[in-house]
Ligand binder design. Sequence first.
Ligand SMILES: CC(C)(COP(=O)(O)OP(=O)(O)OC[C@H]1O[C@@H](n2cnc3c(N)ncnc32)[C@H](O)[C@@H]1OP(=O)(O)O)[C@@H](O)C(=O)NCCC(=O)NCCS
Length: 166
Amino acid sequence: MKKQEKIKLRNINKGDLNCFLKWWRDEELIKLTSGIYIESEKILQNLFNKMLAKNNEHFMIIYNKKIIGHISLTRKSRTIFEIHIVIGEKKYQSLGLGTIAIKKALDMGFNILGYKKAYLEVRPDNIRAIKAYEKCGFTKAGFNKYENNKNQPVVLKMILAAPSWN
Ligand SMILES: CC(C)(COP(=O)(O)OP(=O)(O)OC[C@H]1O[C@@H](n2cnc3c(N)ncnc32)[C@H](O)[C@@H]1OP(=O)(O)O)[C@@H](O)C(=O)NCCC(=O)NCCS
């Protein structure tokens, strides 16, 4: 079976908490994402509960029936959504699986949910992520500055419009 067929996205459920507790306490991963390391299980549980309450926006990435990561499609307006992705299980990174998961999420966003534009923000030095996004069709659209956010003061914005035949 091809990698494309082995990757599935499914809505998160309460049994997924331990995956997030592991990934959110992985300093290497946190440095590539929010930059905010939180130790407190109570705070992390609250974050997870907020995601569960929007379980139609949050998906576990399954490869060969094993959970390897998380991808979200956050509604920003009727036509625009934002993507976040983490392949939390590191041995599954850099194998092309993130690119496949992003393409599946885009397909859902554009062809099932009816959005017209996708965007994301990425650290400018996260070259692996930028390459994966470019392979999915995203293009660079300048930098956003968050002067009050010491964990992520500058991010690269990347955008993608739904294919014009939609
Ligand atoms: C970013 C992420 C989703 C990408 O998914 P992935 O499955 O690892 O990436 P892919 O294998 O599909 O593609 C990565 C590309 O970067 C390249 N790459 C890998 N490591 C690299 C590095 N250190 N420097 C430059 N390029 C690199 C790969 O060769 C591949 O390009 P290619 O197909 O042209 O050879 C995944 O690595 C991840 O979750 N990382 C940790 C969290 C993170 O960074 N999230 C994104 C936050 S915006």
